[in-house]
Design a protein around this ligand. Structure first.
Ligand SMILES: Cc1cc2nc3c(=O)[nH]c(=O)nc-3n(C[C@H](O)[C@H](O)[C@H](O)COP(=O)(O)OP(=O)(O)OC[C@H]3O[C@@H](n4cnc5c(N)ncnc54)[C@H](O)[C@@H]3O)c2cc1C
Length: 386
């Protein structure tokens, strides 16, 4: 459905990706519940240009030359129609490249950014720990200075691509308590002292979500990104655009589920007429189309603001609340409207519902999003969580 925030120039890009999702991703979506996602398919995403949309041309991306946050949103929406989990490569690749750009060391940037934007390397982002998530500001994974190295020690939990990433942006405590004691260190995951544990879950083979353990991992000092103590703020800034991207991934998955449902209810009859001619069915579809489209609009509004360099915290939080919620509700309805067949493994609906629910939690839960929206509307004095 048309969105006024998305310029007409992105429509050809949208068509290319919708075709790729239908042709290359959709049929294989269930496959990655049990098989690893082939690295050459990640490179394929790089060739499509969806991993470097916010990366400057000098590092192999297309920011400012057809790319940008709106283009990233379009890509997430369309790719998710085929395989919701493939959008994690777009999300984490973009976050990592934006954070690596904060480095003062050109060699580090040249080593990693082009390789992530081309899909040759996979990046992870490690903020969450076993005992801190929503209140990540209390994180305890530490980096201590020894000579010309950071020595990283601690455990990160629920990290997407823990099992497959080549590089991880690790949020470490380098100073005292609170946000100003947190710094970012880019840790190549082949260094001595890194171990990984992938969780058992229905999406585990593609997202490789799991724990990362850092046992006195020695990283050159120049792998610190941004100023010392500025890591937490940088993480929050990355969340702002990525929350809208997540919303659009959810919107794409829901739109696909609703398209499949409309085709089904038009074709199947009950009580002497097509299911779609029963008001109880048609109105359900209508309500979910409306809710999903509202989420789409606020998500693209956030990304349009991001492209203009304007504040978009509230819109991104609204999108991150509404997108996964409306998508989970629409996909749940899609399962039910397909009757017994919706619940089976032959259709992707239950898998999609499960995957969308993961990002109701990931990158900030509904309660945290509402806290952000209320804070932005009423002022910092009314911050719910701090
Ligand atoms: C699919 C997926 C992918 C993820 N990928 C990554 C990743 O790549 N990197 C990374 O660092 N992390 C990742 N995470 C972790 C994610 O960011 C955290 O799970 C999330 O921030 C919530 O933290 P928590 O799980 O510790 O929940 P908690 O903070 O323990 O919260 C549990 C529940 O309590 C609620 N709650 C907490 N505090 C309050 C309050 N004050 N008032 C009301 N309710 C409250 C929460 O909303 C939630 O419902 C991922 C998680 C998932 C599910």
């Amino acid at each position: 459905m048309h969105c006024p925030f998305v310029p007409a120039e992105l429509e050809d890009f949208r068509d290319t990706l919708r075709d790729y999702a239908a042709r290359r991703l959709l049929a294989d979506y269930p496959r990655w519940k049990t098989e690893p996602y082939p690295r050459e398919r990640v490179v394929e995403l790089g060739d499509l240009g969806v991993l470097g949309l916010c990366t400057p041309g000098e590092y192999g991306g297309s920011a400012g030359a057809g790319g940008g946050y709106l283009a990233l949103g379009v890509a997430a929406e369309e790719i998710a129609r085929g395989d919701f989990n493939v959008t994690y490569f777009l999300q984490l690749g973009t976050i990592a490249c934006r954070l690596l750009e904060l480095s003062d060391t050109e060699a580090l940037k040249q080593r990693w950014i082009p390789s992530i934007a081309s899909g040759e390397s996979i990046a992870a982002f490690a903020l969450t720990e076993p005992s801190v998530g929503s209140d990540a500001v209390r994180l305890s994974c530490s980096a201590r200075r020894e000579g010309d190295e950071w020595v990283v020690r601690g455990e990160k939990a629920s990290i997407t691509f823990a099992g497959s990433a080549d590089l991880c942006i690790v949020f470490c405590r380098t100073g005292g308590a609170g946000a100003s004691g947190v710094s970012m260190v880019a840790v190549p995951l082949d260094l001595a002292g890194v171990t990984r544990q992938v969780y058992k879950s229905s999406t585990s083979h593609l997202t490789q979500r799991g724990s990362l353990f850092f046992d006195d991992v020695r990283v050159p000092l120049d792998h610190q990104l941004g100023a010392e103590g500025a890591g937490f703020v940088a993480a929050m800034q990355a969340f702002d655009f990525n929350r809208a991207v997540i919303a659009l991934a959810c919107v794409g998955a829901a739109a696909q589920s609703l398209d499949e449902t409309m085709a089904y209810v038009k074709g199947r009859e009950a009580f002497g007429r097509a299911l779609a001619r029963h008001e109880g069915v048609a109105f359900q579809v209508a309500e979910h189309l409306a809710a999903v489209h509202a989420a789409r609009l606020v998500a693209y509004e956030a990304l349009a603001l991001a492209d203009e360099g304007r504040p978009h915290i509230a819109q991104a939080a609204m999108a991150k609340w509404l997108g996964p919620k409306s998508a989970a509700e629409a996909t749940h309805a899609a399962v039910l409207l397909h009757g017994w067949s919706g619940f089976g493994d032959d259709l992707p609906l239950v898998q999609r519902l499960n995957d969308v629910m993961g990002l109701e939690v990931g990158d900030g839960t509904p309660e945290i999003m509402k806290g952000v929206i209320a804070r932005e509307a009423m002022g910092r004095a009314y911050t719910a969580y701090r």
